[in-house]
Write a protein that binds this ligand. Structure first.
Ligand code: GDP
Length: 446
């Protein structure tokens, strides 16, 4: 995942500081040297690193910090604040769609950055979350299949795409899109422009012409996080040439080192507004600098996790399962349902990455044990059981185990593991039930 290496190294630095108790100025300077190297290795732009380290050093060597009760934590807090600053300041910068409808949103970027996919993602998001009536229009007359690709994405996103008229120029299509938007009462018109392999004057000219025709409320530049500093340079050029109101950074699901995200605001002045984290249309997130900083420092992103869960999970089913747990009636059918819900959330290691301190736990037990395939195997085993077995797993003895293993393409050992784990879960639930909700909270707090 993005930031993983940086996160590991920074956590290491602060664990080291925290262990010391008292800190001298020299300790802080040494830690800052390590922070500097970690950021450079993460491909953060040099001027940004310099500025960052200077700011932190200035604040961290003060007597107040050095004399505080836990200086290591005080320094970590200063670094956290500086990270938030570098990422663009606290709070997500929302899209500005307050103009008179139809509000034009111009999507720009290099070819392959994920621009067309992001247009589809944005359309879906505006339709679902903001209840907007969205029109998608491809102005890409360069790539023959581009307009068709966008039309397909529109169908997937449940929005309308502008009918394709052969032979029109990008500017003509833009005019027609806005006219259609006005005539048919659309709230937002998303205009997907043609990309190029690299920045060239012809591309900028075309974007400028379109911009002057539609007067966009947002000009969103799509960049690929995997291209590192090139993404920042691209953003700088686009911003100077056509003006960019926000950046969408895609492929945050890959193993980009993260330097582009940390350099973007300082170098280009344009805030990152959204990030893409997958090929599917729902893989678009708001960019919250304070949450990202928290993840980099291993503090977790509970707010992001809760939001994600609220968006994806089936609440009624969740409540039903919770009631069954409380009543001590949780059986293997319920467990299977729970696995299906977890699967909906996406990759397990992605979820764990959002929990505080999980980076270290993951390291300790090894990623392979958190693999989704374990849950898949559990589902297969459970579906090879009879209804009676799922209700009362205690009746599953040797011969039943053999049958279940054969039916699910697993081994008796696998079946045993599942049953043992389910047993542990059940006894934990019983303990929780005895404690009651208040007891649980107390246990969680301590
Ligand atoms: P365009 O040329 O800029 O319009 O790029 P496309 O939208 O056609 O995207 C190029 C490829 O990148 C497609 O295969 C997309 O599915 C993929 N892609 C786009 N955004 C993301 C993302 O956030 N994560 C991942 N993993 N792939 C993405």
């Amino acid at each position: 995942l993005v930031f993983e290496a940086l996160s590991g190294r920074l956590s290491g630095v602060f664990d080291g500081l925290a262990k010391r108790g008292a800190l001298s100025e020299a300790d802080v300077m040494e830690a800052m040297r390590e922070v500097r190297l970690a950021m450079l290795d993460a491909d953060v732009a040099l001027p940004v690193v310099k500025d960052f380290v200077n700011k932190v050093r200035e604040r961290a060597v003060g007597q107040e910090v050095l004399d505080s009760i836990s200086p290591g934590q005080a320094v970590a807090k200063i670094v956290n604040d500086a990270l938030i600053d570098a990422l663009g300041g606290a709070g997500a910068v929302p899209l500005n769609l307050s103009a008179v409808p139809p509000v034009p949103v111009l999507m720009v970027g290099l070819q392959g950055s994920g621009k067309t996919t992001t247009s589809g993602k944005l359309a879906l998001r505006l339709r679902e979350r903001d209840r907007k009536k969205v029109l998608l229009a491809s102005l890409d007359t360069q790539r023959p299949a581009a307009q068709l690709q966008l039309a397909q994405l529109a169908t997937q996103a449940g929005v309308v795409s502008l009918p394709i008229v052969a032979g029109q120029t990008p500017v003509e299509i833009a005019r027609r899109a806005m006219e259609t938007g006005r005539r048919e009462g659309y709230d937002v018109v998303i205009l997907d422009t043609a990309g190029r392999l690299s920045i060239d004057e012809a591309l900028m000219d075309e974007v400028r012409q379109i911009r002057d025709v539609v007067n966009p409320a947002e000009t969103l530049l799509v960049v690929d996080a995997m291209t590192g500093q090139d993404a920042v340079n691209t953003a700088k050029s686009f911003n100077e040439a056509v003006g960019v109101s926000g950046v969408v950074m895609t492929r945050m699901d890959g193993d980009a080192r993260g330097g582009a995200a940390l350099s973007m605001k300082a170098i280009t002045g344009a805030p990152i507004k959204l990030t893409g984290s997958g090929e599917k249309l729902d893989a678009l997130e708001e960019f919250h600098p304070e949450r990202v900083a928290g993840r980099i420092l291993g503090l977790g992103d509970i707010a992001g996790l809760v939001e994600k869960a609220a968006d994806t999970l089936d609440h009624e089913e969740g409540e039903r399962l919770a009631k069954r747990m409380m009543a001590g009636k949780f059986d293997l059918d319920d467990y299977a349902s729970q696995i299906r819900q977890i699967n909906k959330l996406g990759s397990i290691s992605g979820i764990l990455g959002m929990l505080p301190g999980m980076g270290k736990i993951k390291e300790a037990i090894g990623d392979k044990d958190l693999d989704q395939s374990i849950l898949k195997r559990h589902l297969a085993i459970i579906s090879s059981m009879t209804k009676g077995e799922r209700r009362a797993p205690s009746i599953i003895k040797a011969s039943r185990k053999k049958r279940i293993a054969a039916g699910s393409g697993t081994t008796v050992q696998d079946v045993n593991k599942l049953l043992k784990q389910f047993d542990m879960m059940s006894s934990m639930m019983k303990r929780f039930n005895k404690l009651g909700v208040k007891g649980l909270m107390r246990q969680g707090m301590s």
